[in-house]
Design a protein around this ligand. Structure first.
Ligand code: HEM
Length: 511
């Protein structure tokens, strides 16, 4: 008969080949594990027969116990575990780990019950389907699977990522969590923020980010209805993929300096495109490229289908290859004239208005990831013991946490204000009134991320620069937050845009 799992019984199992200890009121038999334990066998022998809870949480994430749950014999008799089990879809109970509107004791004027339902369904989907693949692909550098794309298409997540609009009508979202016609800017904010919670930044871009920032231009600016409907259908059903191809080795934020050319044929039936594009997210697997080109009298945007003369090569960056950052070459590529988006030579407005949603989304995502990093820091400061007390007992650590909380909350409050304006404005009005505030918000969110990453690494110490174990999230954030401060427009350019936009509305006021 198996012995009863009492604390007295645990004390008897201290031999190398018969080694038990307790973690969070559960008994673990690690006799067959000590040689495989990544932290070595000696440390386990040191805690044999004891309650090793404090030592365990000083060094491991709770998830480790899930990975090795086969070592668990059961609860200590008459005792119940105290550490909270986070199930797929659950909200975090850590203070400030969720935006205020998801914190039970607070209220918000911006979100309805429909939004809450959408958030819950999306979190569950991310926890169950996206996070496991994101973690795996972030490490291997492989691209997103067609299986996951198909699941997201079926749940209409691909459609939601293109933002609110007519393409959402008639769709049932996440198995009935929301009707597509109710999908508004706040729903978009929810989806964008929930999507970052797997914290794998390379995979985050690999997860159809190219589509998110390019399909919107087709929806808003395609001149040919048949072409538009076909591309929207193919892309939102996950059958075809697309990306935005603007930046070049010659010019990044300086869109006017681009050198890719598009020459209209004499009969006006097609363009011939020549040039290169650099840092194109998802380019490796894209079937369509929304491409910025120089035309005779200005700048134009073309929807280019992968065809003869289009070549793609992978670029190595600081985050994982799962993002498929690409160098694209167009060598005499023939593009039908009907693939022009917006007006010829007036592509600037196409790109600039499209940037709004991209930049707003990037800000939404980086501030949500910053919040997750804050949660990691709060948990770590609470459980890590130094100089005989928890890290949180040090005033200097509380100062850092206080600053991080202020930054995260300020960002969220600002984006909610802007999102509220988006809900009531046409695409054109948004371009006029919101590109400045969105540019400033993006700069603020990435400057905040800079400070948060810096503080988080100091709080985590060596683990903050270690890719596995406790510091995993903080290390990844510190290595990759910079992407957001550059992609979609560099911080300085964004700040400049914000001020220049404001000056357009400046009255002749004097001191
Ligand atoms: C069932 C119980 C345990 C399991 C399944 C386990 C598993 C692991 C794993 C997977 C790691 C790799 C790092 C990570 O991913 O977090 C690790 C590291 C480590 N473990 Fe354990 N462990 C257990 C209990 C313990 C206990 C009780 C101690 C100490 C008293 C301990 C000491 C260590 C140390 C010192 C490291 C290295 C930590 C580092 O590099 O920061 N482990 N353990």
């Amino acid at each position: 008969m198996a012995p009863k799992l009492t604390r007295e019984e645990v004390k008897k199992h201290t031999a190398e080949d018969d080694l038990w200890f307790i973690v969070d009121h559960k008994v673990y038999d690690v006799s067959d594990f000590i040689d495989a334990h990544p932290g070595g066998s000696v440390v386990l022998q040191q805690v044999a027969g004891t309650d090793a809870t404090e030592a365990f949480y000083n060094l491991h994430r709770h998830e480790v116990l899930h990975q090795y749950k086969s070592l668990c014999l059961g609860n200590v008799e008459g005792e119940e575990p105290e550490v909270i089990e986070q199930l797929p879809g659950d909200l975090s109970q850590v203070p400030y780990a969720e935006p205020l509107w998801l914190t039970p004791q607070f209220r918000s004027p911006f979100y309805s019950e429909k939004h809450k339902k959408l958030q819950k369904a999306m979190r569950k989907f991310v926890d169950e389907h996206i996070t496991p693949e994101a973690r795996e692909k972030e490490l291997s550098g492989e691209y997103i699977s067609q299986e996951l794309i198909d699941k997201m298409a079926e749940a209409n997540i691909l459609a939601m990522r293109a933002g609110p609009g007519k393409h959402m009508h008639g769709r049932s979202l996440l198995g009935g969590a929301m009707d597509g016609k109710d999908y508004d800017a706040f729903s978009d904010l929810i989806i964008s923020q929930e999507l970052t919670r797997h914290t794998s930044r390379g995979f985050q871009d690999g997860n159809m980010a190219g589509m998110t920032i390019s399909l919107s231009a087709v929806i808003a600016w395609a001149n040919d209805e048949e072409l538009k409907n076909r591309v929207v259908d193919e892309v939102l059903s996950g059958k075809k993929k697309m990306c935005l191809a603007i930046t070049e080795a010659f010019a990044g934020s300086d869109v006017a300096g681009l050198r890719t050319t598009a020459e209209l044929s004499e009969d006006g039936s097609h363009y011939i495109v020549n040039g290169t594009k650099k840092w194109i997210t998802n380019g490796m697997w894209s079937d369509y490229f929304v491409t910025g080109c120089k035309t005779k009298k200005g700048f134009s945007v073309l929807l280019i289908e992968r065809s003869e003369g289009v070549e793609t090569k992978k670029i190595k960056t600081a985050y994982s290859a799962a993002a498929a950052t690409t160098f694209v070459e167009f060598d005499n590529v023939k593009v039908p004239a009907k693939n022009l988006l917006g007006e010829e030579h007036k592509g600037f407005v196409v790109i600039m208005s499209n940037f709004n949603h991209e930049r707003w989304m990037m800000a939404a995502m980086v501030m949500r990831w910053s919040r997750t990093v804050l949660e990691e820091c709060l948990k770590w400061a609470h459980q890590r013991l130094v100089f005989g007390k928890p890290l949180i007992a040090q005033p200097v650590v509380r100062q850092k946490l206080g600053r991080m909380i202020a930054l995260v909350e300020a960002n969220q409050a600002w984006i909610e204000q802007i999102t509220f304006q988006m809900n009531g404005m046409s695409y054109k009005e948004q371009a006029k009134h919101l590109s400045g505030p969105i540019g400033l918000l993006k700069t603020f969110s990435t400057r905040s991320a800079h400070e948060i990453a810096d503080n988080a690494v100091n709080i985590f110490g060596g683990r903050g620069v270690t890719q596995t174990g406790m510091g995993r999230v903080v290390e990844a954030f510190h290595r990759t937050y910079k992407f957001d401060s550059i992609l979609g427009g560099a911080e300085e350019v964004m700040a400049d845009l914000g001020v220049r936009q404001a000056m357009r509305f400046m009255p002749n006021a004097k001191l």
